[in-house]
Ligand binder design. Structure first.
Ligand code: 1PR
Length: 567
């Protein structure tokens, strides 16, 4: 077998390469049209935008050779955009024609009652009656990882010919779309097998083995149209987060703060005296383990996603931070679920004066194996500019430039808000509409008070004149695909997620939201999902200290009737 992979230069193709290496397959990359002749098996992994993929293939003279390859009958596996290019067009870019091998268009999800992108783990349903056809190792009992805003609707009435390609379907909200297509030598999945844990690796391995058997695939029949179920199989995500920084010996460690203070508390008696006054001496940076080892542990125990945040990267150039890139590379070799990397994603200048754009910084992380980058401080400045510009982006921000090249789904905006308590009797500020009122039976700090959530930059060190809801809306307008919502007040306290904050931001945006900070018990996850409708919940301290396992949390979610992925 001469296995080739096609890369159009957007997104993380490293994940697929790592998966194939893990499975023991050798492969080459398509670099010119002649490679299509040599290829006996081809996988085209894609994320990002439909038109970017088509334009890139066209400009490199690869589009027609790709069409010829597929028509030649040799095995083809398209993943996500690699599947979508088989269709005739996409409403994402109506003037860009696809390969038109499947005669129907791709269109955007309806976001009236659900978040878009469809980002996370969902079930697939085989089509047809009882049949003995191979399913490429797919199973309707497990979840696969999807990340996309556009989909191929499964609609046998208006597109009967295209419906014949449908191999499995998935339901998101009340929409049923093609999760995989299959005919002859062509196979495609809307989800990412390379990011779907062991279940995804099984699909890759099974397809690669079956594709060598030279057997013509025939579609199962009869096709059975399905009506949407009352509830889809979309799972709430549990994310394990590792805050990474160098300790005092210069080693990269996973640390964990209390309200963002990551140093051990020093007993007052150990404080030094200066001119007779005690001086607060900071303790050592807390060390909770090695990032790659912890990432492997969380992957094995069922984390749906992992997040690595380089929390001191604002101090220096991230591209000079080779240890962090090495950490991402090593983690991506062992972890086959999505990996988000944050910290220092912005335009930077290296110590030698070399300028690096945010896209270059993000690109280095994607090539190392990240699937998404998370932007913190820089997103705050970008939204401040957007707001002073009357709500119009200028196209230069890290959010816009990275989303343009790598797709919206690859850009997470991380928000670090702090409560600002105000005197209700006198407050007449600009955040009146966002005020949260303390409950009568609440804590002493909250009783009879009101507060708003102010955004900060540089790890909470500086407050800025923008609220959490404004930041989330601005980030969405600039093209972010997801919000990671921290809370400096709750971080490391174990008091539970800040539901008022989460609900406020959830109401403000259509893109998926990750609730973060404050998880202290299993019940905190159940309640944040039930009370706010958020798509994902992230925690750090309770996982690092092994107080609660991810399996236990998921079991509790299922007992409460909340979908979660079983590994
Ligand atoms: O501003 O683009 O360089 O990004 C910096 C990133 O680093 C931001 O995402 C910011 O949130 C993060 N960060 C900066 N300083 C700290 C710190 O802790 N001193 N960590 C920090 C943020 C918060 C969460 C934490 C949850 C869950 N950490 O990541 O993991 O609060 O914790 P818990 O479950 O233990 O309560 P830029």
């Amino acid at each position: 077998m001469r296995l080739f992979l096609l890369d159009y230069g957007a997104g993380n193709v490293q994940s697929l390469a790592n998966s194939l290496q893990k499975l023991g397959y050798q492969f080459s990359w398509i670099s010119s049209k002649h490679d299509f002749e040599e290829a006996t098996t081809l996988i085209f992994p894609g994320v990002g935008a439909f038109h970017t993929a088509i334009e890139h293939l066209t400009s490199r003279g690869l589009l027609e050779p790709l069409r010829d390859y597929i028509k030649s009958g040799k095995p083809y596996f398209g993943i996500c955009i690699g599947m979508q290019v088989l269709f005739e067009s996409s409403t994402e870019s109506p003037s860009t024609p696809g390969l038109a091998i499947i005669p129907s268009p791709i269109a955007r999800f309806d976001d009236t009652n659900k978040s878009v992108p469809h980002m996370g783990w969902n079930h697939v349903e085989p089509l047809g009656s009882e049949d003995s056809e191979p399913r490429e190792g797919m199973s309707s009992d497990v979840h696969y990882y999807f990340v996309h805003s556009y989909r191929a609707t499964y609609d046998p009435e208006s597109h009967p010919e295209a419906a014949q390609w449908a191999h499995t379907t998935t339901q998101y909200g009340q929409e049923t779309f093609m999760a995989s297509v299959r005919k002859g030598n062509v196979f495609g999945t809307q989800f990412h097998p390379e990011k779907s844990g062991a279940a995804g690796l099984t699909i890759l391995d099974t397809w690669l083995k079956q594709s060598q058997l030279d057997r013509v695939y025939s579609a199962p029949s009869p096709r059975v149209p399905r009506t949407p179920k009352p509830k889809d199989g979309f799972a709430k995500r549990i994310i394990a987060c590792m805050d990474v920084r160098a300790n005092d010996d210069g080693d990269l460690v996973v640390t964990k703060g209390d309200q963002y203070d990551v140093r051990e508390k020093v007993h007052p008696s150990l404080s030094s005296l200066s001119e007779g006054h005690p001086v607060k001496t900071a303790g050592a940076v807390r060390n909770l383990g090695k990032p790659v080892a912890l990432a492997a542990r969380y992957y094995a125990s069922g984390a749906d996603e992992l997040c690595l945040l380089n929390i001191t990267s604002f101090r220096h150039s991230p591209l000079q931070d080779q240890p962090m890139l090495a950490v991402v590379r090593a983690a991506a070799e062992t972890v086959f679920v999505p990996l988000t990397i944050g910290g220092g994603i912005k335009d930077t200048v290296d110590p030698d004066g070399t300028k690096r754009s945010a896209v270059e910084v993000a690109g280095a992380y994607f090539r190392a194996g990240a699937d998404k980058v998370s932007i913190g401080s820089e997103a705050v400045y970008a939204v401040e500019r957007l707001r002073s510009n009357g709500g119009k982006g200028d196209g230069t921000s890290a959010i816009e430039t990275i989303a343009k090249v790598y797709g919206n789904q690859a850009v997470v905006v991380s928000i670090d808000p702090k409560r600002v308590y105000v005197d209700l009797a006198t407050y007449d500020g600009p955040y009146k509409n966002e005020l949260i009122y303390g409950k009568d039976d609440g804590s002493e700090k909250e009783r009879g008070k009101a507060w708003w959530y102010q955004c900060t930059v540089s790890g909470g060190r500086e407050s800025r004149p923008v609220s959490a809801a404004q930041l989330a809306q601005g980030a969405e307008a600039l093209g972010a695909g997801e919000i990671l919502l921290n809370s400096i007040d709750r971080d490391g306290t174990g008091l539970g997620f800040d539901h008022e904050l989460v609900a406020l931001v959830k109401r403000s945006v259509k893109i998926p939201l990750v609730a973060s900070s404050g998880a202290g018990t299993k019940g905190h996850f159940v309640s944040v999902f039930e009370e706010t409708g958020v798509e994902a919940a992230l925690a750090a301290g309770i996982f690092h200290r092994e107080e609660v396992s991810i399996e236990e949390i998921k079991e509790d979610l299922r007992n409460a009737g909340i979908n979660s992925r079983i590994i």
